[in-house]
Design a protein around this ligand. Sequence first.
Ligand code: HAM
Length: 419
Amino acid sequence: MTALQPVRGTTDQLADVRARHNHVVTTAQQIAARYGFEDMATPIFEFTEVFSKPLGASSDVVTKETYSFEDRGGSSLTLRPEGTAGCMRAVISNGLTQSLPLRWFYHGPMFRYERPQKGRMRQFHQIGAELIGVAGASADAEIIGLGAQILDGLGVLKDTSLHLNSLGDSQSREQYKSALLAYLGKFEDQLSQDSKRRLASNPLRILDSKDATDRQIIADAPSLSDALTDDAKQHFEQVTNLLDSAGIAWQFDPLLVRGLDYYAHTAFEFITDKLGAQGTVLGGGRYDGLSEMLGGPALPAVGFAAGIERLALLAELPDTPAETIAIFAATAEAMSDCFAIAHELRDAALPVVMMHSGNMKKNMKSADRLNCRFSIIVGHETVGREWVIVRNMNDGSQDELERAELASDLREKLGLPAS
Ligand code: HAM
């Protein structure tokens, strides 16, 4: 009965999971706003070309992982596997190239046909930030600083380390590619199937291989940092100096290349050892060439995205005090009073959950399950009266409270400010 199962790699977010998800989003949104980043969103699907070129025609994401389909009008569309290409498309199509810099924060679902495992889904969710229109190293450092503070706000930073590399400018990379190919060519027979394929399409990604033999070969490969132009070296040094000046710890990772093709200069990942194989919680870098790949003008930009599911697994949630109030009618005659009181209290911005069973015991049980602090029992004896019974669910004590003062008394009992 496949129709009764969620599609592999997708999941329902029931209340607990959703609460963690929302905590990640709102924490990140608040911290991003502190940096002047505006909340925005792009559509979930785009024309396929928005992703095919910028992400790399030979990248895994484009060749194996996209959900692409033809719509009823014959256009080829793709469910977004990430948010950066859509943001850059939005800069161009909204004519914003004269309104730079842009500081954008977004969150939402992304889609990749990957092999599902812990922390890896086919529909997953990202928070992301893009700083578009600034070429200087201060933008790279600010984006990394924002990523670090979001992780810290979630209580996750202490479990991660920041890996940093420079992929240089295109001139540095072309020079390096030739040197790397000359070296790897000598070991072609020993390389893994994936790496053999990448020799022709994207040799830099071989540096990222997890295959044991590949890793031995790579250990002696020429280093990308030696191939950097003076400009590229200087940019990287400025980024790391700025990070040092703000006390943001980082480590140089010469093998960090990232899975998408649009990066140049700074590439970074915050990695944890607490999530098994899927240890990258937040990753990003500079992507100065992306706008031109889409047919737009040259635009410098830098950004990151982080997997909400991965962050939610690690995040420390604040204890939220229970402040919900249950209300129920003890008898059928009491229902109209009960309904009217519930309506009044909600009007006064109090969280009031109505228990619908006619059975007092069942209602008490449900109120307990919902972790309610108080229950209002509207009983036969209170019908038409000026007071109601309020039961403290922690100690079972009961008070009779004046109906006219009910909202303000409950507010006080819950420690909420007077409305
Ligand atoms: P990415 O490294 O492909 O970069 O993804 C960023 C983060 O999304 C990953 O570090 C991971 O936490 C999460 N993620 C990726 N795939 C999955 C999955 N299948 N299941 C669960 N989580 C996943 C980007 O997407 C770039 N757009 C980042 C960026 C923004 N670069 C510049 N600006």
